[in-house]
Design a protein. Sequence first.
Length: 152
Amino acid sequence: MVVDESHATMPQLRGMYHGDRSRKLTLVEFGFRLPSRLDNRPLMYEEFEERRGQAIYVSATPAPYELTLTGGEVIEQVVRPTGLIDPVVVVKPIDGQVDDLLAEIRARVAVGERVLVTTLTKRMAEDLTRVLPGGPASRSSTCTRTCRPWNG
């Protein structure tokens, strides 16, 4: 058995029986279901454990439960299922970053490509909006003729 996202799945399995029983008991007590309805239920956690057999727990953040079962032994798996390779990361100094960004945008636009700029903070995004081509401060910029806004 493979349990994906086990740090979330295992607690959900533990709670299934109790949530199901609570809901059905209310229905039985108020006469909306027959008492035999309680027999049709998910496994109790202990019953699941008895039937589990061999299991692989897959989790980016293993919980104490998984670590206990493995004796603390964790195997790291790096998977890129889409076939994409990791992008090249270039770290540049803060000085002149806006001018550098504008130069990079112009280089991409010159070869007919589009540009997506992401920021770490809302303030940084607001600051860039004021200076980027097409923004309020650059309506007369030469790049506004070649940079077309994306209309979705």
